[in-house]
Design a protein around this ligand. Structure first.
Ligand SMILES: NC(=O)c1ccc[n+]([C@@H]2O[C@H](COP(=O)([O-])OP(=O)(O)OC[C@H]3O[C@@H](n4cnc5c(N)ncnc54)[C@H](O)[C@@H]3O)[C@@H](O)[C@H]2O)c1
Length: 517
């Protein structure tokens, strides 16, 4: 630890910057009687020293957009608007690095849960981090819009952008958040679009704020930045803390410096911040999700072909994934992509393209392949038992749209359950984490029951249907599974088991795109 005390040496600011740059400081502790006003150039130097909002530097230097004062904490005041999956993770991770974060939500239920020490979503590692930062006084929650606007120089918008009836992104929550800022702001603000929003949204946010300011004859300046989020549910904290890249679309120097100072601690070993213009940043997010969705649909289509050809998609997957130009990620065939992002983002990009007179042919195919793939398990079940499933009972493992989350949005399990119930079957479902959320999302349905354990779900079922690849389902006790099921039949939408082994264990096994021994 380097202790810098105010002395004559540091009356020259340049000496301080030189020292900070030279030393690998882990803590800076500076006290000064009077704040020292700093120029733009000084501020840039402080940011280059990497001493902005880093936890170890908390009791050192305070940065405001136009001033550095050596008399307080190195913290940014940040407001997060929308405390859902993205907002809560963003706010908590920014607090972890020493910032003073206030999270706003219009849903009083969520804020109540958070204020009383719980968290409204399941995300590994998040609960402890929330608790730690709340206790340290760096993370707070509110439903008070005026308080939230007053709090942060930086205002992150992380509200939902659900699909509208025509598939385009519904921007009503984003616009409402922007208007609230415009209605109440009294000083310079940087508004950061973190929600996934169509190209051109930053301009709309800017216009909405400007309109609200004009309505009250206010000329306060502000900047709008695009900073799309790439975290994956189930690994969100890890993704945020160790990002592959941070995309920042910014066209204002002060806003760029502030964004840099916020993210510098997250990319200390090498710089992974990609600056670009705002529209390119907005498009980057859709391009990333569209590419990933494309890989999934491509593999699903090939898996279906492999079945017809008597080939095994698992060999094919490894055979192509080993090519570094292709790589292994997102090449797993299954029951189609779901979740809160891919389906709506693919559609929203199609809509944006259509507005500009372009037809995205590849994405049209990606979507229609995915639509068909969601029914692949139902087709396999019908092939085995016939169209009428009356009198049959199925155990279903996995409800969330993917493992390590309780998110049920567009979860393939919902389509499988509906397909089974519609044909007269009954279902008992189990999920390690999403039981509560599933019951909330699906509600009561005749013929659908929920089990307390994977074992309980299996009792007296005619077959097991695996929908989500939770680790807990990867190596079950197959003897026990056989004993509990009425017949040893497994429909596996995630290729969790080896066909050879299943045959040896005496199961009738229906995976996706795999060769039957
Ligand atoms: N979930 C993900 O994995 C993920 C990943 C990357 C990007 N995104 C994008 O981030 C955005 C948010 O996604 P999410 O999954 O966190 O959504 P979410 O539904 O979990 O959370 C959004 C929250 O915003 C709140 N809200 C709505 N209007 C508000 C307002 N005017 N003021 C304050 N709060 C308001 C809602 O009550 C809700 O709690 C979306 O655009 C999404 O596409 C999501």
């Amino acid at each position: 630890m380097l202790r810098l005390r105010q002395n004559s040496k540091y009356l020259r600011k340049q000496n301080l910057f030189n020292d900070l740059k030279r030393e690998a400081v882990s803590e800076v502790n500076i006290s000064a009687r009077a704040p020292i006003t700093a120029s733009q150039q000084d501020r840039r130097q402080v940011l280059e020293c990497g001493i902005a909002p880093y936890p170890h530097y908390r009791s050192s230097i305070k940065i405001t957009p136009l001033r550095i004062s050596f008399d307080g904490n190195v913290t940014m005041r940040i407001t997060i608007i929308g405390t859902g999956y993205v907002g809560l993770v963003t706010g908590t991770c920014l607090a972890e690095y020493g910032n003073d974060v206030l999270c706003l939500d219009v849903d009083p239920r969520k804020i109540e849960i958070l204020k009383s020490g719980g968290i409204p979503i399941y995300e590994p590692g998040l609960e402890e981090m929330v608790k730690r930062n709340v206790e340290a006084g760096r993370l707070r929650f509110t439903t008070d819009i005026e308080e939230s606007v007053a709090h942060g120089t930086i205002q992150f918008i992380a509200v939902g952008t659900p699909p509208d009836e025509d598939g385009s992104a519904d921007l009503k929550y984003v616009t409402a958040a922007a208007r609230n800022i415009g209605k109440h702001m009294t000083g310079y603000k940087v508004i950061v679009d973190k929600s996934t929003v169509p190209v051109g949204t930053a301009d709309k946010v800017k216009a909405a704020i400007a309109e609200e300011l004009a309505a009250r004859d206010n000329t306060t300046s502000f900047a709008v930045v695009s900073n799309p989020e790439f975290l994956k549910e189930g690994a969100a904290v890890e993704d945020f803390m160790r990002p592959d890249r941070i995309v920042i679309g910014v066209e204002d120097d002060t806003a760029r410096d502030l964004m840099h100072s916020i993210y510098a601690p997250f990319v200390r070993n090498h710089d992974r911040i990609l600056y670009m213009d705002v529209r390119s940043a907005e498009l980057t997010k859709y391009a990333a999700n569209a590419m990933l969705a494309t890989r999934i649909s491509f593999m699903n289509e090939l898996a279906n072909l492999a079945e017809k050809l008597g080939a095994d998609i698992e060999f094919v997957r490894k055979g192509i994934g080993s090519d570094p130009r292709i790589g292994y990620h997102f090449l797993y065939p299954g029951v189609g992509y779901g979740g809160s992002c891919f389906p709506k983002d693919v559609q929203a990009l199609q809509r944006t393209a259509a507005e500009y007179g372009q037809n995205l042919e590849i994405l049209n195919a990606v979507e229609s392949v995915n639509y068909a793939q969601k029914s692949v398990l139902i087709h396999k079940i019908i092939q085995r038992y016939g169209e009428n499933l009356k009198g049959l009972h199925f155990a279903l493992w996995g409800l969330s749209f993917k493992p390590n989350t309780d998110d049920m949005r567009e979860a393939p399990s919902r389509i499988v359950i509906d397909g089974l119930l519609a044909r007269g079957a009954t279902v008992t479902a189990y999920d390690p984490v999403a039981m509560h959320e599933a019951q909330r999302a699906i509600g009561e349905k005749t013929g659908l029951a929920y089990a307390d354990s994977p074992k309980q779900a299996l009792e007296s079922a005619d077959a097991l249907v695996v929908v989500t690849e939770w680790k807990a389902f990867r190596s079950p006790d197959f003897d026990e599974v056989k004993t509990l099921l009425k017949q040893p039949v497994i429909f596996d939408g995630r290729n969790l088991y080896e066909p050879e082994r299943m045959k040896a264990e005496g199961f009738e096994y229906y995976p996706i795109g795999r060769k039957q021994p």
